[in-house]
Design a protein around this ligand. Structure first.
Ligand code: MG
Length: 220
């Protein structure tokens, strides 16, 4: 079973991984998407999680895998129907994740109006850092988020630029889904997404929050 680990030693079995698409204007622009009127929501299964030092395996059905570095929220308390002002009290920890996306597969699915699961939820599609306790993060909307490929900086954004901040996302999601301890929310990616291929080393980091580095291989 996949777990989410906090640096204070606490560990949660991972429940559902709720992901937000199109939450930074600069990333929406680079892909030519329209500004959403409500958060775009999709899920990854817990089986897609890998940890620092492990290997991404790009499925053979894709020829264009993109990295998306994202602030990850680890839910620590059950909630349903929570106001935005009370939402962050349900966060046990903050971390960083890479929302790996098979862009060619996703583009094909989008055109047909089909769900994105096979583009976003394959095994190894969610590299995840250790989390820091929520109390150690003074303001989740004032964090630098960066990603390098083979040491070259590709993404360098700020969580200040989110369209919907973390508290609003939790409130929105908790109106639809019961959030439970061990659930994780990926909050969207800033600009700079690009293709990765076998042999690359990818490192996502939010200073003071988390770091995850993975190597990239070819899957079957
Ligand atoms: Mg994403």
């Amino acid at each position: 079973m996949k777990t989410a680990r906090i640096s204070n030693g606490k560990e949660f079995p991972i429940g559902k991984i709720l992901c937000i698409g199109r939450n930074y204007v600069d990333h929406i622009s680079e892909l030519g998407n329209e500004l959403p009127t409500a958060p775009v929501i999709f899920m990854k299964p817990a089986t897609s999680v890998i940890y620092d030092g492990e290997e991404v395996l790009i499925p053979a059905y894709s020829d264009n895998c993109h990295h998306e570095a994202e602030l990850a929220l680890l839910i620590g308390a059950r909630c349903k129907g929570v106001a935005e002002k009370d939402a962050l009290a349900h966060v046990a920890g903050y971390g960083v994740a890479i929302d790996l996306t098979l862009r060619d597969v996703q583009d094909g699915l989008k055109k047909k109006g089909l769900p994105w699961d096979i583009a976003k939820g394959f095994d190894t599609a969610c590299p995840l850092s250790t989390f820091v306790p929520a109390a150690e993060v003074a303001d989740p909307q004032n964090l630098n988020i960066r990603l390098t490929v083979n040491g070259e900086l590709r993404q360098n954004g700020s969580t200040a630029l989110m369209i919907n901040p973390a508290a609003r996302l939790i409130s929105h999601l908790a109106a639809i889904f019961t959030l439970e301890p061990g659930d994780i929310i990926l909050t969207g990616t800033p600009a700079g997404v690009s293709r990765i291929t076998a042999g690359d080393r990818v490192c996502a980091e939010i200073p003071g929050v988390g770091r995850v580095e993975v190597r990239v291989g070819q899957g079957v």
